[in-house]
Design a protein around this ligand. Structure first.
Ligand SMILES: [Fe+2]
Length: 475
């Protein structure tokens, strides 16, 4: 039964009954929901993850898919879930707990590059009947190194918000729907999205994961939706997270690593590589040790080293907390202008492998930093970069929707552009020599900061400080 209340004087404590609707039931409470795409471990695999109420003893999950307008085939899906005792503490383990249902992932393999595919989620019931979702579509990734128009959106710290404006617990991500709607409006011009940590801010209230996943479904069901792990996904005391806070509300990473696929070797350790045409992405996990000598440090170096810069010239690093540079006020008060120890450990790698850009969230604003190495800007240009790659451009893009973060009033000499608003970055690779960077505000989708990079392969190979290959005088 559904009641409708009139709320007067904004007082939700004294609602007044104004009408009673007819009895409302779900057509199928177990129906497959919220398809979300992610790149697989190889460029020619697309993964589809969804949620349903069907366990494997009740129905066989599958995806029916194929070229748009052509014969569709079926691929199997694996099924995962998690239980209350997988949560590390309260509220996730107590008042915030809600059964997440069943999470299915299918691997659509042997994709042809740049082809429009259609797909449906399905469950084959034991009585022989089939439950199917509506039809969705995606475009397969380009072959690695292939030149075509390739457009990537990156941002962090999104959150969720009720579309009807109703109150909810932890209601502080008021930009979330604005970002969501702006991305949906431009979806025909976006090939993949990277949300680099702090997704729903469920903070142990598990139902908010479904709310978030429903909100982003129009995006995630059409383009690969690649996530990173943030403190609000992972951090919990005495649970193996690098930081010792309570930010995940007891989730300790379990909902994130189960509800969203990432092409990691171990999804509990959220670092992975991803190829998209001329881009090579190395996504790090700031909630696990990244410092020199750690397992993750080795991965980061291997990921950078595995990019053939002739074929994949655009090498991108991303992580949740700011391991590079930020003029955010709390980092300024600490005097570090970063998460402590971040760049001290990683700048050698960014420099050695000539990483083009490093993206971070966690700080809820936008800031672009000059091409930088060891706290020094190595290039005075701000709108067009060309020639030798002699420093990494650092970008904080954590204005995905959560409450905004203040900048320090100090004048940081490496800061090129700051914006206290919600927004996201869009990278457009036109070919192997030409890249466009744009920062867009969520409120209007317009560009407020941008630059271009033009260069040839020899510019990536060229020797720079702390980034020279060994040579010998012998011929
Ligand atoms: Fe964060």
């Amino acid at each position: 039964m559904r009641h409708e209340y009139e709320v007067t004087d904004s007082c939700i404590l004294q609602p007044k009954l104004i009408s009673v609707s007819k009895y409302v039931t779900f057509f199928n409470p177990k129906a497959p929901l919220y398809p979300r795409l992610a790149l697989g471990k190889s460029w020619d695999i697309m993964t589809v993850t969804w949620t349903s109420g069907y366990n494997i003893d009740e129905a066989v999950p599958f995806v029916e898919w194929g070229w748009k307008g052509q014969e569709q085939k079926r691929s199997p899906a694996g099924t995962l879930t998690f239980h209350r005792n997988s949560m590390c503490g309260s509220p996730a383990r107590t008042v915030g707990w809600r059964d997440p249902g069943f999470i299915h992932t299918s691997f659509l393999k042997d994709l042809w590059p740049n082809v429009e595919y259609t797909y449906k989620l399905g469950h084959l019931l034991s009585n022989g009947s089939v439950v199917m979702s509506k039809q969705y579509s995606f475009k397969s990734p380009p072959f690695p190194g292939q030149e075509s128009l390739q457009r990537i959106v990156i941002f962090g710290d999104m959150g969720k918000q009720e579309r009807d404006g109703s109150n909810e617990y932890a209601d502080y991500q008021h930009g979330s729907l604005i970002t969501t709607d702006t991305l949906i409006n431009d979806l025909d011009n976006i090939d993949a999205v990277f949300l680099i940590g702090d997704l729903p801010y469920a903070n142990g209230y598990i139902s908010q994961w479904d709310q978030f996943t429903s909100q982003v479904e129009p995006i995630a069901s059409r383009v690969p939706f690649m996530i990173a792990s943030g403190n609000h996904e992972r951090t919990w005391e005495n649970s193996g997270s690098l930081y010792n806070g309570l930010d995940s509300g007891g989730e300790c990473g379990v909902p994130a690593e189960t509800l969203y696929y990432v092409p990691a070797e171990n999804r509990a350790k959220f670092w992975y590589a991803a190829d998209y045409g001329m881009f090579h992405f190395c996504i790090a996990d700031t909630e696990h040790d990244w410092r020199e000598g750690s397992e993750q440090y080795k991965f980061i170096e291997q990921c950078f080293a595995s990019a053939n810069r002739h074929k994949q010239p655009w090498l991108i690093f991303a992580a949740h907390r700011v391991l590079g540079y930020s003029s955010n006020d709390w980092y300024a008060k600490e005097g570090s202008f970063e998460e402590p120890m971040g760049r001290e450990h990683l700048q050698k790698l960014w420099q050695k492998y000539k990483v083009d850009m490093a993206f971070f969230g966690h700080v809820h604003n936008y800031e672009r930093v000059c091409p930088i190495y060891q706290n020094q800007c190595v290039n005075k240009e701000t709108s067009h970069y060309s020639g030798v790659v002699n420093g990494t451009i650092h970008v904080v893009v954590g204005g995905g929707g959560s409450h905004l973060s203040q900048f320090t009033s100090l004048n940081t000499r490496w800061s090129v552009f700051k914006d206290y608003d919600w927004g996201f970055v869009k990278l457009t690779a036109f070919n192997q020599s030409s890249l466009l960077f744009e920062y867009k505000k969520s409120k209007d989708g317009k560009v407020y900061d941008s630059f271009t990079i033009s260069r040839d392969y020899k510019d990536v190979l060229a020797c720079v400080h702390d980034g020279c290959e060994p040579t010998t005088l012998a011929n």
